[in-house]
Ligand binder design. Structure first.
Ligand SMILES: [Zn+2]
Length: 298
């Protein structure tokens, strides 16, 4: 399974910044030890590809560093050329993973899942919406009839993705998230399942089963899966109470769904803000190990 990495494109953050940038290099260190993984440096997403999901005026502002203070605050990162490059690589990794998965069944972006980015603005540590870009890149560059489902299991709603793809019937957006968590104004996905604070494994997995059942009515040819680590009980921001075993069962359900129906899956790590960074890395790592079990089976 190909794993696309971007962790060497570090964006400069002020000391004490709450974004856990180190988790990506720690994850790659662990993944390097796995058999069956081919690590690949992520290509940068092109301007043309970014425009599949974003307004030209927004792209130009990002490239030129012309975002207003308010727009930068909404993103949560200080602007720098390195921020632009990292954002391009992170989205490029999801596009590359999507194309690799189309050929090989499964592929992963060791970062990505930047689902809060809207057509004309960034938000919540997200500059470009990698899932929307990748879904459209498959359709525009590989197969125009491809039906794509975006299965977003990050604990925060995929508001940017829902908004960008709102009127696009060829892409199904599913978001299972904490109802009382950021973003506090939700957008409408094709299917939203909002969970209460403190939600535990059983209810979480039940919600996922319902969500996956709904996918059967759409019949996707391809799945982009945001395997956020932030529903985990050890997360600072998640507000849910999902055990490590529950997180594994979640991943197994998604990968099994794809394997049973021969639907390729590209997946990204998305959020994870563990009280201890190693807890988050451990959950992301578990997702990759779980996926590997499905590569041998297919
Ligand atoms: Zn999140």
């Amino acid at each position: 399974m190909k794993a696309f990495y971007t962790d060497h494109y570090v964006l400069p953050l002020p000391p004490g910044h709450r974004f856990p940038m180190e988790k990506y290099s720690q994850l790659r260190d662990l993944v390097t030890q796995l058999e069956g993984i081919e690590l690949v440096e992520a290509p940068a997403v092109t301007d043309t590809q970014i425009l599949y999901a974003h307004d030209p005026s927004y792209l130009m502002k990002v490239i030129a560093g012309d975002l207003s203070t308010k727009e930068q605050q909404e993103i949560g990162f200080p602007w720098s050329e390195k921020m632009v490059e990292r954002s391009r690589r992170s989205a490029g990794a999801t596009v590359a993973a999507a194309k690799a998965a189309l050929d090989e069944g499964l592929a992963v972006n060791l970062a990505g899942g930047t689902h809060h980015a809207y057509r004309n603005m960034g938000s919540g540590f997200c500059v470009f919406n990698d899932s929307a870009i990748a879904a459209r890149a498959l359709q525009k560059e590989v197969n125009s009839t491809l039906k794509v489902a975006i299965v977003d299991l990050d604990v925060h709603q995929g508001n940017g993705t829902a908004s960008i793809l709102q009127h696009d019937k060829s892409i199904f957006t599913l978001s299972i998230h904490g109802e009382n968590n950021f973003p506090f104004t939700k957008e409408q996905s094709d299917l939203d399942i909002g969970l209460p604070n403190g939600c535990k494994d059983e209810d979480y997995l039940k919600a996922l089963d319902q969500g996956l059942e709904m996918l059967d009515t759409f019949i996707p040819d391809f799945i982009i899966y945001l395997a956020g680590a932030d529903p985990h009980e050890g997360d600072r921001l998640g507000k849910l109470d999902i055990s490590k075993v529950g997180m594994r069962q979640r991943d197994e359900r998604v990968f099994k769904y794809g394997a049973d129906r021969q639907i390729p899956i590209a997946f990204s790590m998305a959020g994870g803000y563990g009280k201890e960074i190693c807890t988050t890395v451990d959950i992301h790592f578990q997702t990759i190990q779980t996926a590997l079990q499905f590569t041998t089976a297919s």
